[in-house]
Design a protein around this ligand. Structure first.
Ligand code: NAD
Ligand code: MG
Length: 364
């Protein structure tokens, strides 16, 4: 049975697109109605997600497209690279896909980022649809049009802005998601509460047990609220020249943890959860928020099952990594910090000022 629980528009003029949130969506041909007319489509997915959902989506798409191709990539961030991208192009060329062929990105953020980038490049651009299957992808990566692959010297270094034609977030796919991935996705949900909506943070805190139990109405609300906040920031600042940067709350500390330990040791969401606790600590020291608010942020992160104590990377290494962050300008560290209930700001901070936070928040 299909239940459409929410539709959120990402307002970008002629490129405005809807995010559909609901149950049973990938099994229902009405989810793909009104997409640009085409003879063929291609599902880009990976070898973990394909056995779970590719057939169901394929049958649905057969109701609209004469030809439904599948491109199954190896799973993992390690494959978010040129070689794997080339496999997508090879498959599209082999199937004689034309400029109207619509790409469906079925999977988490890795598949979404790669398929979106492939769609931007193939024949100078074909339409694509995000079908996110992780919580992180449903609340974050499938929305906003950032697409990329990694370079050996940096994550997401090669890419472009390319908005999808639609996002189809089917809650049912979250049933099979490993618990650790679910919790990592919750970090980004908590982030939206901290940076933009204090009442939502209250709601999250009260509903964490339901979210962890994968209660559908609770997940639907969390995704709806998160996507609305992100959609508004993307509409206001598509290319991140201003307010969109607020979405990076917890990410400067978080990226340092991910890179410092080696990518994949901590999941991105785990690092962001801990990074928010560190950002709250720094904000409290700078008197942007009070003790109570800092403690509350830490309490919610902990209650979600996310780490709150960072690994000890050593002062020099921490600073080095944070100066290398994409937000840094001319070697100056910049942090998104909470500065009131549901508010955040961007701040340049000197190494000596961040030292007590590194001391307090990382394990010796
Ligand atoms: P992921 O895509 O690696 O998925 C996590 C794991 O879950 C993978 O093993 C995947 O195969 C598996 N999986 C996916 N759906 C499943 C399901 N329904 N059931 C069982 N297993 C499933 O990781 P992610 O957290 O979704 O995304 C992380 C990526 O997203 C990173 O590459 C990051 O750079 C990118 N990202 C992009 C943006 C953006 O704005 N474009 C934002 C945030 C993150
Ligand atoms: Mg993130």
């Amino acid at each position: 049975m299909t239940t459409l629980l929410a539709t959120i528009d990402v307002e970008l003029g002629a490129r405005t697109y809807p995010i559909l949130v609901g149950s049973g969506l990938i099994g229902d041909v009405s989810s793909v109605a009104d997409l640009p007319k085409a003879d063929a489509c291609a599902i880009v997915t990976n070898d973990t997600v394909a056995p779970l959902y590719a057939e169901r989506l394929s049958r649905t798409l057969a109701g609209r497209y004469a030809h439904v191709h599948q491109v199954v990539l190896p799973d993992g961030e390690a494959h978010k690279d040129w070689q794997t991208l080339q496999r997508v192009f090879d498959a599209l060329v082999a199937e004689h896909c034309d400029r109207r062929t619509t790409i469906f990105a079925l999977g988490g953020g890795v598949v979404g980022d790669m398929a979106g980038f492939a769609a931007a490049c193939y024949m100078r651009g074909v339409p694509y649809v995000q079908v996110p299957t992780t919580l992180l992808a449903q609340v974050d990566s499938s929305v906003g049009g950032k697409t990329a692959i990694n370079h050996p010297h940096g994550k997401n270094m090669i890419g472009t802005f390319n908005q999808p034609h639609r996002v189809i977030a089917d809650l049912d796919t979250l049933d099979s998601l490993p618990r650790r991935e679910l919790i990592a996705g919750l970090a980004e949900v908590i982030k939206y509460g901290v940076m933009a909506d204090d009442a939502f943070l209250d709601w999250i805190e009260a509903n964490l047990p339901a979210l962890l139990a994968r209660d559908k109405p609770a997940l639907a609300h969390a995704i709806d609220r998160s996507c609305r906040i992100k959609a508004a920031l993307v509409a206001a600042d598509e290319r991140e020249d201003g307010v969109r940067a607020m979405l990076n709350l917890g990410h400067t500390f978080g990226h340092a943890i991910e890179a410092g330990l080696g990518y994949g040791t901590w999941l991105h969401g785990e690092a962001v959860g801990c990074g928010m606790v560190m950002a709250a600590d720094l904000a409290r020291r700078l008197e942007l928020i009070d003790e109570r608010q800092a403690a509350r942020i830490e309490r919610v992160v902990a209650a979600a099952g996310l780490p709150t104590v960072a690994p000890d990377l050593g002062f020099e290494r921490w600073i080095d990594l944070m100066r290398g962050d994409k937000k840094a300008l001319a070697g100056e560290m910049r942090f998104v910090l909470p500065c009131g209930p549901g508010e955040a700001m961007l701040r340049s901070v000197a190494p000596a000022v961040v030292a007590p936070t590194l001391e307090r928040c990382s394990s010796a």
